[in-house]
Design a protein around this ligand. Structure first.
Ligand SMILES: *Cc1c(COP(=O)(O)O)cnc(C)c1O
Length: 397
């Protein structure tokens, strides 16, 4: 007779059979373009540290100073004992970058999405969600109890069709989308989404996790990229990617932020962000504003790698049939491969050639792919090394 937990072994066996099994591999040392993994130095194409700030000595110094001044833990929720002047400074800096009235900092981006979506909509309401949205948007939508309709990826005609059919039967409507799609690298058609939102009396919430610090003339994200600053929007993002720290945020109107402080359970009932994380993020925002050359270097690297991947790996003289570069407008470049086993085998092979690349498989993305992320801190020879390793491994596999 089995125990009530015997099903766990069976479930794991099923995951293994599908080549969907995931395991942890430690990275040693500081983050950067080269990291230590499995005892060897590898060029890192798997990090979200787009501007190379996670190991910046200025962030570290700010975090250490904050620990000296305020200690390691925030000791309580923001509404009780956990609110520090640093939190307000960080929220003001985010509002300045986003050019919104105000902002609210959460303990993570995931919690920002769960708390915000569940506060804004409920059973009488409607959510329109891009089918490729991040897990945190999907889970927030489900948790809210609203009617959720997924529209085809970036398909505004499909979105309009669904709005036509369903909008009138619900109280509020919230359109939810990633700004940069995290497992594809393309960006949402924000101006068209805003037009539809105006026509159908709907709110729009955009997840700038991979946009902030990266896109737009000021590095304020896809909203900045499209010149939509000031539009009636709920902008969410994370402090943990280009900003090199930890935590999430929502930026928007004064009434939105005031409402969330009163209604977002994942903000009210959790401990305030640590002083160290708060100070590091604040230092990162200063750097994003003061050093646009980091963003320029990042885009030079993205353009170079995209062009070389196209020439050498996808359309080269010995082109790999079946490997495709997905359309991207960001530092996230994805090469599709035929199946999950191939993705895992190629990533392992690339590691032996000194490149750390992630194999992304279902259910994280609908199809298997190698996902490469470019950083401002990559040097051209490192990008070229990847191109050579990729074409070699693809021809051998
Ligand atoms: C990483 C990510 C999140 C979650 O942010 P964390 O701060 O890591 O919890 C949310 N949305 C998207 C699109 C992401 O890529």
């Amino acid at each position: 007779m089995g125990t009530p937990y015997a099903w766990l072994e069976k479930a794991l066996a099923t995951i293994h059979r599908a080549d969907w099994y995931r395991s942890l591999r430690p990275i040693e040392g500081k983050p950067g373009p080269v990291v230590q993994r499995d005892g060897r130095a590898v060029i890192n194409f798997a990090s979200n540290d787009y501007l190379g700030l996670a190991a910046d000595p200025r962030l570290a110094a700010a975090a250490i100073a904050a620990i000296h001044d305020y200690g390691t833990g925030s000791t309580g929720s923001r509404l009780l004992s956990g609110h520090r002047p640093l939190h307000r400074q960080l929220e003001a800096a985010i509002a300045t970058l986003k050019q919104t009235d105000d902002a609210l900092v959460f303990s993570s981006g995931y919690l920002a999405n769960l708390g915000t979506i569940t506060a804004l909509v409920g059973q009488r309401d409607l959510i329109m969600a891009d089918q490729y949205n991040h897990s945190s948007l999907k889970q927030g939508a489900r948790l809210s109890g609203a009617t959720v309709i997924d529209y085809g990826h970036n398909d505004t005609a499909a979105l309009q069709h669904h709005l036509n059919h369903h909008r009138q039967h619900h109280r509020r409507c919230l359109i939810l989308t990633d700004s940069v799609f995290s497992m594809d690298g393309d960006i949402c058609p924000l101006p068209a989404l805003l037009d539809l939102a105006a026509t159908y009396d709907s709110m729009v919430m955009i997840d700038e996790a991979h946009g902030t610090g990266v896109l737009g003339p000021r590095g304020a994200g896809v909203v900045d990229h499209f010149g939509c600053t000031g539009a009636p929007l709920i902008q969410m993002g994370t402090l943990s990617k280009a900003l090199g720290s930890l935590g999430g945020y929502v930026a928007g109107s004064a009434s939105l932020i005031d409402f969330l402080r009163n209604r977002a359970a994942s903000w009210i009932y959790t401990t305030g962000l640590t002083p160290a994380d708060t100070a590091a993020a604040l230092a990162a925002l200063d750097i994003v504003a003061a050093e646009p050359e980091r963003r320029q270097q990042l885009w030079r690297n993205v353009d170079y790698l995209k062009q070389r991947l196209g020439q050498q790996v996808v359309d080269g003289p010995e082109a790999g049939v079946g490997m495709q570069l997905l359309p991207s407008d960001s530092p996230i470049l994805c090469l599709t491969v035929p199946d999950a086993a191939t993705a895992v085998a190629l990533a392992a092979e690339l590691q032996t050639h000194g490149c750390y690349v992630s194999a992304v498989r279902p259910p994280t993305a609908p199809t298997s792919r190698l996902r490469l992320t470019v950083m401002a801190s990559h040097a051209l020879p490192q990008l070229e090394h990847l191109v050579q390793a990729l074409s070699h491994c693809w021809l051998q596999h």
